[in-house]
Write a protein that binds this ligand. Structure first.
Ligand SMILES: [Zn+2]
Length: 193
């Protein structure tokens, strides 16, 4: 599984998974620390063998929780990685890779090799203005580089899933959508410079 959204939606997702019975979910990968991607971790915790994230993510989750000041302890990854992680799961091979600071300082790109499906997390806001989390290490210049690395590293015919998308475009796309967002960031950076 990739990301857990919010507690309420996580609960209905878990309840609605067909045919799971008491089997555990092998892995949940958090693409980054933001609450709309990790707040459902607590709901999934008892149903999941292992949570995986980039090594900077647990600290960023803790810092966000401390800042929110509601006394809540976030559920963080029990398995972290610095640059890449790989696991064979049934007949699928799943990898997570970190290409450096972009939307935050802990963005992972998740690739399901057999399904040919690449989850970009919030590295892509499809036809939307992005949230740029500077206190958590966002870097627009390097974000452009990360998108270019992704286009080189992953198959050109894969399905690319973005963390957010304008309704008419949705969150499921192609490398063309990565290019559009790369160009958006470049134009924005040039304008502001
Ligand atoms: Zn985000």
């Amino acid at each position: 599984m990739v990301d857990t959204q919010f507690p309420a939606t996580a609960a209905s997702c878990l309840a609605g998974l067909p045919g799971r019975s008491d089997r555990l979910i092998d892995v949940v990968i958090n693409t980054h620390h933001h609450g709309d991607h990790t707040s459902g971790n607590g709901i999934f915790r008892k149903a999941v063998k292992s949570f995986v994230a980039h090594e900077n993510v647990p600290g960023l989750q803790m810092a966000s929780a401390a800042k929110a000041g509601k006394g809540q302890t976030p559920v963080v990854a029990d398995e972290t990685f610095a640059t890449s992680w790989r696991r064979e799961l049934g007949d699928e091979v799943v990898t997570a890779q970190y290409f450096g600071n972009a939307h935050t300082s802990g963005d992972a790109i998740v690739h399901f090799e057999k399904a040919n499906d690449v989850h970009m997390g919030d590295l892509v806001f499809n036809r939307m203005y992005p949230y740029i989390d500077v206190p958590s290490g966002a870097n627009v210049q390097h974000w452009i580089t990360v998108l270019e690395e992704a286009m080189k590293n992953y198959p050109s015919d894969a399905i690319y899933v973005s963390g957010h998308g304008k309704a008419e475009f949705g969150v499921e796309g192609t490398q063309d959508d990565l290019e559009v967002f790369r160009d958006h960031l470049s134009a924005m950076l040039e304008h502001v410079s």
